[in-house]
Design a protein around this ligand. Structure first.
Ligand code: GMT
Length: 378
C-alpha cells in the first residue's frame, strides 16, 4: 500500500480511546506511514517521536471575553494548518465529540477534500448521544465522516438506536500492545511481596478511572460478600471522581485490611501479574480495554452483561459474565473459578489465547489500513 500521511486526533490524557489511538498510530508508523498527532498535549503513551511520528500541539489561548477556552475551534484551526503543512492524506479522529466536528471544520477551512475516518469509542455515543444538547452534533459528525468505525457490535447497535445516523458503521475491535502486556512470574512475586500477600492468597483486581459507569460500588459490595466465604485481597488501581465515596464505603463495610487503593500506577502490568481475577462490573462499557490487558497477563475476568463486554469475555472460557447488580452471582462466579486449579489454569490459557489471537493487533491494524485505502479510493 502507498505510504500515507495520517493525521490523528484524540484525547491525550489517560483513557482507553487515547491509548488505542496512540498504539494504532505507532503501529501505522512501524508499517512505514507518517503519523501526525494533533492534540492539546503529547499523548501519554507517545513516549518517542521520530521522523515519521510527529506531534503538533493545539495551543488554546484564553481571552477575558471567553467564559470557556475555545478548544474545539483551536483544534479545527490546527487541523487545517497541519492538513496543508504536512500534505495529509487522511484524518483519523477518535471520539466523536468534538473531534469529528473539529475535523470537518478544519477540512473546510483548508479547502480540502481529505477523507475523515471517525472511531466511536463509547460514551461519545452512550452518554453524549443521549444529551439533547449534543445528540444532533454527534450525528452530524458521523454523517460528515467518510467512514465511521465502532469498537464493538454493541456500540454500533447503540449508535443506530440512540442517534440513527444515515451512514454505515464498521466494527473494528480494540487491541493491546503485546510488548507491554504479558505474563511475568517475577513481577507477580515482587508485587505480592510489596503488598505482603502470601503466594497462595486470592487476589482480585479492578482497574478504572473511578467514574460512575465503572460501578466500583458494586465491585466493593461483591468483594465484601466474597470475604465472608474466603480470605482474599482486592487491588483497586486508578483514580477518579468516586474515590472518596469508595474509601468511605470500605470503612463502612469494615473491610479496610483487605482493600488496597494503589492510585494511578504506571506498572499496571505488574499489578495484573500479581492478581488472580479481575472484576469489571460497569453499567456501560463499549469494549473494556483493561479486560484485554488482564487477559494478556493470564488473568480471567468477571464482567457484567453490558455493552461490548460479552464480545470480549467468552462466558465460562476466559472469564464469566454476570448480571448487573447481582452480588451473589459475582461471588459464585469468582469462587467456582478458583476452586479447581485445573479449571483455573484452563481459564488462564483461554484468556491469553483470546488476547493473542481474536484481538491480535495485526488484525485490527490491517482492518484500519483497509479503511484508509477504501476512503482514499473513493
Ligand atoms: O467513553 C469513555 O468513557 C472514554 C473512553 C476512553 O477514552 O477511555 O472509553 C471508551 O473507549 C475505550 C477504548 O475504545 C473502551 O475500551 C471503553 O469501553 C469505552 N468506555 C465506555 O464505553 C464507558
Amino acid at each position: 500500500m502507498k505510504r500515507l500521511n495520517i493525521g490523528v486526533i484524540c484525547y491525550p490524557t489517560v483513557g482507553g480511546s487515547g491509548v488505542v489511538a496512540t498504539e494504532l498510530g505507532k503501529k501505522m508508523a512501524a508499517r512505514g506511514h507518517s503519523v501526525h498527532f494533533i492534540t492539546s498535549e503529547r499523548p501519554f503513551r507517545l513516549t518517542q517521536l521520530s521522523d515519521n511520528v510527529q506531534f503538533h500541539r493545539v495551543e488554546i489561548e484564553g481571552y477575558s471575553v471567553f467564559q470557556y477556552p475555545p478548544y474545539d475551534i483551536a483544534l479545527a484551526n490546527r487541523i487545517a494548518q497541519v492538513i496543508q503543512s504536512e500534505a495529509l492524506d487522511v484524518l483519523h479522529v477518535h471520539y466523536a465529540v468534538p473531534h469529528a466536528i473539529a475535523a470537518t471544520l478544519g477540512r473546510h477551512m483548508a479547502d480540502s477534500s481529505i477523507p475523515i475516518v471517525t472511531t466511536l469509542h463509547g460514551t461519545d455515543v452512550t452518554i453524549l448521544g443521549e444529551q439533547v444538547s449534543l445528540k444532533d452534533t454527534v450525528r452530524y459528525g458521523i454523517e460528515q465522516s467518510d467512514r465511521t468505525t465502532a469498537v464493538s457490535e454493541a456500540l454500533r447497535r447503540d449508535t443506530y438506536r440512540l442517534i440513527a445516523p444515515d451512514a454505515p458503521i464498521d466494527v473494528i475491535y480494540n487491541f493491546i500492545d503485546h510488548e507491554a502486556y504479558y505474563v511475568d512470574d517475577e513481577e507477580r512475586d515482587s508485587v505480592r511481596r510489596e503488598f505482603g500477600f502470601d503466594e497462595k492468597e486470592l487476589v482480585f483486581i479492578h482497574v478504572s478511572n473511578f467514574r460512575e459507569v465503572k460501578r466500583t460500588d458494586y465491585v466493593l459490595n461483591s468483594f465484601a460478600h466474597i470475604l465472608k466465604e474466603k480470605k482474599a485481597h482486592l487491588l483497586l488501581v486508578g483514580d477518579g471522581p468516586e474515590m472518596d465515596e469508595r474509601e468511605k464505603q470500605v470503612r463502612h463495610l469494615g473491610i479496610e485490611p483487605y482493600v488496597h487503593f494503589t492510585g494511578k500506577r504506571t506498572d499496571v502490568r505488574s499489578l495484573l501479574n500479581a492478581s488472580d481475577v479481575m472484576l469489571h462490573l460497569s453499567d456501560k462499557e463499549a469494549f473494556g480495554l483493561v479486560i484485554l490487558e488482564a487477559f494478556a497477563c493470564g488473568v480471567p475476568v468477571i464482567g457484567t452483561n453490558v455493552g461490548g463486554i460479552p464480545e470480549v469475555i467468552e462466558h465460562d472460557r476466559n472469564g464469566r459474565i454476570v448480571p448487573l447488580d447481582d452480588e451473589q452471582a459475582v461471588v459464585r462466579a469468582a469462587l467456582s473459578l478458583v476452586e479447581s486449579p485445573e479449571r483455573y489454569a484452563s481459564f488462564q490459557r483461554e484468556a491469553i489465547r483470546t488476547a493473542q489471537t481474536t484481538f491480535h493487533e495485526d488484525r485490527m491494524v490491517d482492518a484500519y489500513e483497509r479503511v484508509y485505502e477504501d476512503v482514499l479510493l473513493r
